[in-house]
Design a protein around this ligand. Structure first.
Ligand SMILES: Cc1ccc(-c2noc([C@H]3C[C@@H](O)CN3)n2)cc1F
Length: 312
């Protein structure tokens, strides 16, 4: 089988949401290649905590005694219990998917009323369900796909797609360049030339986080840029045009247009940069600012997983 689903950006491309059918109800979920839990708002939460969200009514079969509890890079989190239900994404069906129903979520999830939860697409080795880890949607469907892969085509300020089971050559230019993936930490982890340390491809992270030295070198070419500790990153005049940022990954190079690196206004005519420091995180994060310039293939067709990058 193959399928494709639209990925609609929230304001300023903060995150990209896809429609997911769970037990016949449609939820709008953040597809996150940096985590491995599929969780949704549920009627088990206090009504005030789920106001404005589509909530799961536990239509599936309960996995008694199973729980989950997840924390995200920004300190947000959620927890709850576990059901098994039918999940459909872009026409691709998992008949018995672990659906993690929230009993509590942190305030940033409650306030983002477009978002009804997450669908993780990192490796199932970091799924948080206890006492028995559960498989991601991709792991559940990959054997039924024409090719064991999915591909992300996120776009700047407009809807993109996630393709399942096939590569859509109309969505990129040039060729796809593949690099090996280190799965030891459960992420789509790879090495990019000219960027020290390990990097992860993370659709659930908004910005592009690279080492200080690379960040300083980039903003040295932006006259109005400075590091603003009160904002926690580099800011600049919203009207200043920004240089492109190019990186070599394997035998290919990807260019992020300067326009994409103006993330959002923070106050008045001051804007926050889409490139920020990864120092302190432990690895670089190639998030949406980078991914929206590419067609990225999350590929398990070979004996070991690999990532493919092409210019979008
Ligand atoms: C309110 C909210 C907060 C965080 C996230 C979130 N989703 O994915 C990620 C990144 C960071 C890493 O944890 C895994 N991928 N962060 C989504 C939200 F809707």
């Amino acid at each position: 089988s193959t399928g494709s689903v639209s990925a609609s950006p929230e304001s300023y491309d903060e995150s990209y949401l896809i429609p997911v059918s769970i037990g016949g109800t449609t939820f709008h979920l953040d597809l996150d290649t940096g985590s491995s839990d599929l969780w949704v708002f549920s009627t088990q939460q206090p009504a005030s905590q789920r106001s404005g969200h589509t909530a799961y009514k536990q239509t599936g079969t309960k996995k008694s005694g199973y729980t989950w509890n997840i924390s995200y890079g920004d300190g947000s989190g959620a927890k709850g219990d576990v059901y098994v239900d039918k999940v459909v994404v872009g026409g691709v069906t998992a008949t018995s998917q672990a659906v993690e129903a929230a009993t509590s979520v942190s305030s940033s999830f409650t306030s983002d009323t477009d978002n009804d939860g997450l669908i993780g697409a990192a490796f199932s080795s970091i799924n948080t369900v206890s006492p028995q880890q559960q498989l991601t949607f991709f792991d559940n469907v990959k054997n039924s796909l024409s090719q064991k892969l999915f591909a992300a085509r996120l776009r700047y300020h407009t809807a993109g797609t996630y393709d399942y089971g096939y590569i859509d050559s109309s969505k990129y230019s040039g060729s796809i360049h593949y690099v090996p993936v280190n799965t030891a930490n459960g992420f789509w982890e790879f090495t990019a030339s000219g960027v020290s340390g390990s990097s992860i491809a993370d659709t659930g992270t908004t910005l592009l986080y690279i080492p200080d030295s690379n960040v300083d070198a980039y903003y040295a070419n932006v006259d109005s840029a400075s590091y603003d500790s009160s904002q926690g990153g580099y800011t600049f005049d919203c009207d200043e045009s920004l240089p492109d940022w190019t990186v070599t990954i394997g035998s290919g190079s990807i260019t992020v247009p300067g326009e994409y690196i103006n993330f959002a206004p923070v106050s008045g005519n001051t804007c926050f940069g889409g490139i920020q420091s990864s120092d302190g995180i432990g690895f670089n994060i190639f998030g949406d600012i980078f991914l929206k310039a590419t067609y990225t293939v999350f590929d398990q067709t070979q004996s070991s997983p690999r990532l493919g990058f092409a210019q979008g």
